[in-house]
Structures are given as C-alpha cells and as structure tokens.
Design a protein around this ligand. Structure first.
Ligand code: NAD
Length: 252
C-alpha cells in the first residue's frame, strides 16, 4: 500500500474511522515525553544501569543489589511520571469508540492513568509487588522501600515487582489477549517501539499476516517500518497521536 507523504495522516485517520477493530501496540517511546527514558539507545536506561539486575536468577541470589536499582528506576523515578498527550489521545480514541484495546510493552501504567480501559500489559506492571513465598500482592505505596529488599508481612518472603524479569514467562492472560487482538484487528497502530523485543515484537507481524493495516508512529525507523508498516508517521507520539485523534473525529 502506498500513500503520498502530504496525505499520510489523513489517510491513517480515514482508515481508522472506517475500520471495524483497531488495536494499538505501544512501547517505551510513548512514555519518553512523560520523562521516562527507553532502555536502549544512547540516552537509554541500560547505558546507566546493568540489565543483569532484572534477571530473575540474579534477583533471587542478590535481591538487595537488584532492589537498589529497581527502587531508583521504577519507584523513585517512574512513580512521578504522568501520562502525556499520546496516552490521552489513545484513551480518547477508545472512549469515542474508534479503538478496541491497547497492548503495551510498558510497565508504567500510564495508559490506565490516562483513562484507557482495555489495556493488555504484555510485560506486566510496576503497580503491584508479589511475594515470591506466598503470592500475596501489595501496592508499592503501602510498602516501605527504606530497607531493601522489601519482605512480605505475612510470611517474610521476598517481594518482587509484577513486571516480568529476564528469564520469566509472559503473563498468560496478556499473551493470549494480545495475540487474539492480532487475529481480529483490521488496523494496528504501532507506537514508539523498536520491534526488537521478543516475543512482543511478533504481535504486529502476526496482525499483518492476518490482514491488518499497520500504521506506525515513531521518531525513528524501526524493524517494522520497511517490512510491515503501511503508513509511517514519523515524529513525536504526542504531536502525531493528538493530530490523528482530531482528524479521526472530523474525517467523514
Ligand atoms: P522499545 O522497543 O520500547 O523502543 C523505544 C522506541 O521509541 C524507539 O523505536 C524510539 O525511536 C521510539 N521513540 C523515542 N521517543 C519517541 C517519541 N517521543 N515518540 C515516538 N517514538 C519515540 O525499546 P526499549 O526502550 O529497549 O524497551 C525494551 C522493553 O522495555 C520494551 O518492552 C519497553 O516497553 C520496556 N520499557 C518500558 C518502559 C516504560 O514502562 N515506560 C521504559 C523502558 C523500557
């Protein structure tokens, strides 16, 4: 499919408006303008921290070392972030009936904070901690992170954030729901993701194989841009999704 440059966003809006089932698929890029850096790239978190702290075996052997970094990145820092115009635009598209679901690789819960209702968190969430001993769940704000690692008040077990670590399985419900979206969606809006993180990166590819039109929003080309993307909208997620939302609402 080819669209001339000047009309790409209008074409995308028209496609979304006429579609039966539109799904969004988001990555770290959508939260960059909320002040949360991605993992990869020169400004990415992995240029400052060693990703080993998020390896499940390392975490179990060295919980205090892992927790020091986890606390800094995901609770002291992520905790203060607010949804941006891109999160709000997707929530608004859903509210207006143009979007069925958001599949996110992010663990920052900013889609829900913006008002999105159907959100599949493919990598889990930082919004809860679970005891590795008895399975009890805690809200992080109810747990003191002054002493690390935090422990379960019932059984003394080690508490772990509910997002997946390297070496862990994708949450089965989110996995099933995400690939079901890839089966039924006739349009996928792919926002701010490199398409490099497996198995999440397979979801838009599955959607494409099932006949979905792929609209991509990214500041840079990704692994999808020249392989499965039908309309590439290059630029910041906040600006482009806001404009797309406005055009979806007015295009007839
Ligand atoms: P990623 O695959 O999520 O890629 C980030 C992408 O965002 C890049 O393609 C980049 O070009 C794009 N981008 C940057 N700024 C943008 C903007 N303003 N508008 C649109 N696009 C923009 O890569 P990663 O950061 O290595 O992430 C690896 C995994 O970790 C992913 O699953 C990711 O979701 C997760 N992660 C989550 C968070 C979070 O919860 N906010 C933060 C970091 C990483």
């Amino acid at each position: 499919m080819h669209f001339s440059a000047f009309s790409k966003i209008d074409s995308a809006a028209k496609i979304i408006r006429n579609a039966k089932h539109v799904t969004a698929f988001t990555g770290a890029g959508i939260s960059v303008e909320s002040g949360i850096p991605p993992f990869r790239g020169p400004e990415g978190l992995w240029s400052k921290y060693d990703p080993i702290v998020l390896d499940i075996s390392y975490f179990q052997l060295h919980p205090e070392k892992s927790w020091r970094v986890i606390k800094e990145i995901f609770y002291d820092f992520f905790g203060k972030a607010k949804p941006n115009a891109a999160h709000f635009a997707l929530a608004n598209l859903e509210k207006e009936g143009f979007l069925k679901a958001v599949i996110t690789q992010n663990i920052d819960a900013l889609h829900q904070k913006a008002g999105s209702k159907t959100v599949y968190e493919f990598h889990g969430t930082s919004e809860y901690l679970t005891c590795l001993g008895c399975g009890k769940k805690y809200l992080p704000e109810k747990i003191s992170l002054d002493e690390l690692p935090p422990r379960c008040s019932e059984c003394g077990g080690l508490l772990k954030p509910d997002f997946i670590f390297f070496g862990e399985q994708i949450p089965p419900d989110a996995h099933a729901s995400s690939f079901r979206e890839a089966e039924f969606a006739d349009v996928f809006i792919v926002v701010g993701t490199t398409g490099e993180v497996m198995p999440a990166s397979l979801i838009p590819r599955d959607a494409k194989e099932n006949g979905s039109i792929i609209i991509e929003v990214n500041t840079e080309k990704s692994k999808y841009t020249e392989t499965i993307t039908d309309i590439f909208l290059q630029g910041k997620a906040t600006e482009l999704l806001k404009e797309l939302l406005e055009k979806v609402k007015i295009v007839s």
